[in-house]
Design a protein. Structure first.
Length: 204
């Protein structure tokens, strides 16, 4: 099949205005083709790249914020470790804590308190495994000043002793002095014992 031949002589006879119009149509067609086949695909790629850049920027900002908080958390964790180490220094072995509670009972008597009840409870290990609670239910009778001095001595101990559930009865006069009944719980805190693996002899 032969392609149609272009008669150049015919083109020469075409008026200039028509030639210009024809040239404009050709250029316009090329422009439209260039836009749809070259520019438009590039715009889509640029839009995708810009979206990815925006996403990465957001992730970077999030990471920067996390890093700042991480520094704060590391500093707070170090302070907690220091506080924990100091508190562990105040945790005696369980035997020493039991002896300390006995000494407090003797202290109350020496100060002039009448020990009505001194009932030790069962030691219990905290879920954190960091310490053991050793509770004692106490009931004493004595003057306001004597009871206050007893609690002050407890508060100044280097070991951790907690007073809770304090209940005071109505004051009464005994032997010319004001006496008040006090009920409370004493809780000593002790360090957990190291649990060593049983030896072969013990296992037998």
């Amino acid at each position: 099949m032969e392609l149609p031949k272009v008669n150049l002589e015919t083109l020469r006879t075409v008026p200039v205005a028509q030639k210009i119009a024809l040239l404009g149509i050709i250029i316009g067609g090329l422009g439209v083709a260039f836009y749809y086949y070259v520019v438009e695909p590039k715009n889509e790629i640029i839009a995708q790249v810009q979206a990815e850049i925006g996403k990465l920027d957001a992730e970077i900002q999030t990471l920067v914020i996390k890093v700042k908080h991480l520094d704060e958390l590391i500093a707070a964790n170090k302070q907690l470790e220091i506080d924990l180490a100091k508190k562990k220094e105040r945790l005696p072995p369980e035997e020493e804590a039991v002896m300390l509670l006995k000494q407090l009972s003797d202290l109350g008597v020496r100060l002039g308190l009448d020990i009505k009840l001194w009932k030790p409870g069962n030691p219990s290990e905290d879920p954190s495994k960091l310490f053991i609670r050793i509770p004692v239910n106490v009931e004493v009778a004595g003057g306001y000043h004597t009871a206050g001095l007893f609690f002050d001595r407890i508060n100044k101990l280097p070991r951790i002793i907690n007073v809770s559930d304090l209940k005071m009865g109505s004051p009464r006069i005994e032997s010319g002095r004001v006496v008040i009944q006090s009920l409370f719980d004493l809780t000593a805190f002790a360090a957990p014992q190291d649990k060593k693996a049983p030896t072969a002899a013990a296992a037998k």
